[in-house]
Design a protein around this ligand. Sequence first.
Ligand code: IPE
Ligand code: IPE
Ligand code: MG
Length: 249
Amino acid sequence: MIKLYKKFTDEELTARGLSREGLPRHVGLIMDGNGRWAKKRLMPRPAGHRAGMEAMKAAVRFSHSVGIEALTVYAFSTENWKRPQTEVSALFDLLAEYFYRDIDELDANNVRMTVLGDLSALSPKMRELLQRAVERTKDNTGLRFNVAINYGGRAEIVHAVRTLVESGAKPEYVTEDAISERLYTCGQPDPDVIIRTAGEQRLSNFLLWQAAYSEFVFTPVLFPDFDDAEYTNCIKEYMGRTRRFGKVL
Ligand code: IPE
Ligand code: IPE
Ligand code: MG
């Protein structure tokens, strides 16, 4: 059965300590700690990734309910290929299972899915599955759900600059706007906040260019335990920040 996500009213937001005006438009989420979550339970690491997948689904639903415009999740980095082959396969199998099974639900909820990353290194089956999900949801107007797969911030910037150079751009055309327009996130606002779970306080090559003025919220909660209440806490922490963008306020 397809689950239809709820949209919170202003009162429902207030009841959670949130307010419509202060919400982030774009949330970046570094989903970390699946392995530690499994280890704590004496389970194999893929069991942690499976539990993480459920937490990711909940984060998509909650983002929709709250009224966030875009959610970008870090699912697989360009550095994650260095993990044991069995773990890499398990991760891709889980992602394939998710995109196969949940695309109907995403579509029914007006979610538009985008993939950030270099898909050419993925298996043809995985690539096709992702491309189909993107194509199927491309006209949806609700939550923008960006999934970063085989994504690296440095590789993304190199790719953008290379595209620009290949187009024959003269040096004066190499501008911030020209580069932004060639990133995978083209046309989307930069993330207002980047949340990282599991206590690690680093970007690990996530959205390097787009994070120029993002707020960072770190939580010790391991990703499989990242629920609506913890997501709410992170949004509240963001809402308490003062963003200056270099100005004197
Ligand atoms: C995050 O959990 C998932 C991916 C990086 C794909 P980890 O697998 O990094 O979990 P820890 O950091 O080892 O606990
Ligand atoms: C970052 O987590 C990548 C993803 C969440 C997909 P990692 O667990 O790979 O990052 P490091 O190795 O701790 O920096
Ligand atoms: Mg990790």
